[in-house]
Design a protein around this ligand. Structure first.
Ligand code: PLP
Length: 408
């Protein structure tokens, strides 16, 4: 489709689930930030793999096992290319962003001790908070948190002031899931490098919404989940710079991650297999590769433009609703819009909107510190993907108008 104008109707036709009716109403699916829907190309790739190529990988000499191994390793190469990483040795398949971050905390984190610091931001998902808290408890290291402003932006000066030679890792999100804020990663990574700290980027909300070039970004770790990139659930990726990975001990032990095992001594497999114990999610990897082909076919830059236009339309429409407060008004935002409506608990709002066919997320979005900062128990959040359209935004605005009438 590259070259032609972005044809969202055609994109929508690729996603069978979008034809679903909710109580006789058109479905406006506005919860892509929680999990995106899958296009036919992904469903078919998984189905084809299951029907024609499935066996366990890396183990059999028979033809089917080799086919499965080729499919799985082909997917690894596809991920490398999508991210512009240097080598497939740097691409580790995990269960998701959460597991990717836990891998780093449990393996790389073993080197930390009292006096060492990890720096995160106030707008992280729990997946990029709790593993570091657990690591600090184990190791005696200290967790530092860079503050945010009332607009939902990082206080960059305060962030830079918190960096010191004690900082061993800066771990931050690329796009904040509860606010939509796009973080100034280049400056943050440069500041970390000045003191020799490593950097981990939580790319869960970014990788399917903007082009990610890891060689340009130059972080040490990058984590994301397949299910937020139009691929299957149960699969994620950890990118880790090879020189860093070489120094890291394995974290989970078992099959596939070893070279030899005896009761006196076990030796470990080469990168990246040393970090992939047990049978992986082979069909998931095939699906993720198909999702990457699909997104590249649409053109990520055009998807991003499309989502920015939807964000602008939604922001205009929501600002016009009396009593509605948008939470997170950063200058640089992705297609996520969090809000609260006066006198209506977000959960009630979610139920009313569901009656109108509008699927949004309500709650703390696994970002309780953000809720605490803005002094709200929860927010409602609408988020966009490549298939979202003006009708979704208009349906949301109309449903909010009706909620306003119900609750006065
Ligand atoms: N990080 C961010 C920014 C997220 O938005 C999410 C999921 O919403 C996660 C991490 C966790 O992803 P998963 O549950 O797929 O591991």
């Amino acid at each position: 489709m590259s070259g032609a104008p972005y044809d969202v109707a055609r994109v929508r036709a690729d996603f069978p689930i979008l034809a679903t009716q909710v109580r006789g109403k058109r479905l406006a699916f506005l919860d892509t930030a929680a999990s995106s829907q899958r296009p036919l190309a992904v469903l078919e790739a998984v189905d084809h793999y299951e029907r024609t190529s499935h066996a366990n990988v890396h183990r059999g000499v028979y033809q089917l096992s080799q086919k499965a191994t080729d499919a799985f390793e082909g997917a690894r190469e596809r991920v490398r290319r999508f991210l512009n990483a240097s080598s497939t040795r740097e691409i580790i398949f995990t269960r998701g962003t959460t597991e990717s971050i836990n891998l780093v905390a449990q393996s790389w984190g073993r080197r930390l001790g009292p006096g060492d610091e990890i720096l995160i931001t106030w707008m992280e998902h729990h997946a990029n908070i709790v593993p570091w808290q657990m690591l600090c408890e184990r190791s005696g290291a200290t967790l530092k948190v860079a503050p945010i402003t009332l607009r939902g932006e990082l206080d960059l000066e305060a962030f830079e002031a918190l960096i010191s030679p004690r900082t061993k890792l800066v771990a931050c999100t690329q796009i904040a899931n509860a606010l939509g804020t796009v973080l100034p990663l280049e400056r943050m990574i440069a500041a970390a490098k000045r003191v020799g700290a490593l950097t981990l980027v939580d790319g869960a909300q970014a990788v399917s919404h903007q082009r990610v070039d890891l060689r340009a970004l130059d972080c040490d770790f990058y984590a994301f989940s397949s299910h937020k990139l139009y691929g299957p659930t149960g699969l994620g990726v950890l990118y880790a710079r090879e020189s860093v990975l070489r120094e890291m001990p394995p974290w989970q032990g078992g099959g596939d991650m070893i070279l030899t095992v005896s009761f006196t001594r076990t030796t470990y497999a080469e990168l990246p297999y040393r970090f992939e114990a047990g049978t992986p999610h082979i069909a998931g990897a095939v699906g993720l590769a198909a999702a990457m082909d699909y997104l590249d076919g649409l053109g990520l830059e055009r998807v991003q433009q499309h989502e920015q236009a939807l964000l602008a339309r939604a922001t205009r429409a929501l600002r016009a609703i009396p009593g509605l407060r948008i939470i997170g008004e950063a200058a640089h935002k992705a297609g996520v819009i969090s809000f609260v409506l006066e006198n209506v608990h977000p959960h009630d709002l979610g139920t009313i909107l569901d009656d109108e066919g509008v699927a949004i997320r309500t709650g703390h979005h696994c970002a309780m510190p953000v809720m605490e900062f803005f002094d709200v128990p929860a927010t409602a959040r609408a988020s966009f993907g490549c298939y979202s359209d003006d009708a979704d935004v208009d349906q949301l605005a109309a449903a909010l108008g009706r909620a306003r009438e119900v609750f006065g």
